[in-house]
Write a protein that binds this ligand. Sequence first.
Ligand code: IMP
Ligand code: MG
Length: 424
Amino acid sequence: MSIKGKGIVIVGGQWGDEGKGRLVDIMADSCQAFARFQGGNNAGHTLCIDKKTIVLHLIPCGIVRKNKLCIIGNGVVIDPEVLLEEIAMLNSNGFSCDHKNLKISKNAHVIFPFHKDLDKRREENLTEMIGTTKRGIGPCYEDKAARFGIKINELTNKERIFEKITKIFSERGERKENIDKIRKGYVERACALGEIFQPYLVDAGEMIEEKLFLGEKVLFEGAQGALLDLDHGTYPFVTSSNCVAAQAAIGTGIGPGWLSEILITTKAYCTRVGEGPFITEADLKTQEKWRSQGNEFGATTKRPRRCGYLDLPALKYAARINGATGILLTKVDILTGLGPIKIAIGYENAKNFSEALSMLENNLTVYPKYLELPKVDEFPNDIFKFIDLPKSIQNLCQLIEDFIGLKIKIISFGKERGQELWMV
Ligand code: IMP
Ligand code: MG
């Protein structure tokens, strides 16, 4: 089976952790190249291959397939130490990864240890906590926007890094006597990392466009999700990049016309990790059960994820801002044994999610309106067709399609390859 289109984008329709990585892996056979276009190692994409678990933070999930090209686009912020570790982890697990199958945009910005320190320091102020992953993502994007960020292409240029770090430190009000001390260690290490990554650097847009022009399929792999988008999410409790599909073009350097299929991923319920509003959050006891059943712990930070009911108006909003052409539905099996399936189909005091967002930003409470479907007592082992799914799950799928006005293209239930139904 395969999905039509040239540039295929997989994005999160919720607050991240929808199972995008696994979906990329499911669709990997029919694609020749894979690209990340935003975020950094705040992402955690979990793959289960032959009972082995591989967690990727920076490298596109296509890397676990042979003879596929993986590209880290200009929109990604790269912690070079983490990237180095990830490459080593893949090779030690039998997945070859080097400059031949992994390419990095020369324009991607670099996360330095001082970005992480700043991220951590801010999170220590409990009253202003966002609940970030403390990976330095926000501070790195800040420097990029302030126009003194450091690109991976510059890492081998000692004088330039020296100058830029001095600038960043003085802009951040660092005491003069500290600057010399800190700067020295960073510059040496940055140059060493720069040398290592030099063979990986390319013009990512040019490379991707060449593939698309030849009729090859490229899969653009989103990180985080629509509700964490810097412009369209639950601001300020969001990440520092745009996570919606349009960013796939900007964050790799191709024109948006190449993106022909935009698939929005959603779990059959909702989770959120970190602070911020969550209209359909379940009570604490239900959350606990849900969390252990769905293994809802952060792949990056191991933090327990908050759990709640599927919020259809929020998903509809996410589909709209992404320009979605189809839905990927994951984790339908996790609803088993959790009581009647509750789904938010509207709000008591807001006409849609956009209005709800404005209310949330003004500290007002939004009350969900729920519809219930009968509980699922047992999830069958063998599922080959849609009608093999429990009746309530079938009804849930129908409800999602009708509400959003898009078809579900893949339904997944389990962690291993093959535990999915293609609906196209
Ligand atoms: P940051 O991206 O580390 O700055 O964190 C900002 C917000 O986004 C926090 O609520 C994080 O928990 C959340 N976040 C960032 N990356 C992910 C992800 O990959 N999955 C889920 N939540 C994420
Ligand atoms: Mg994740």
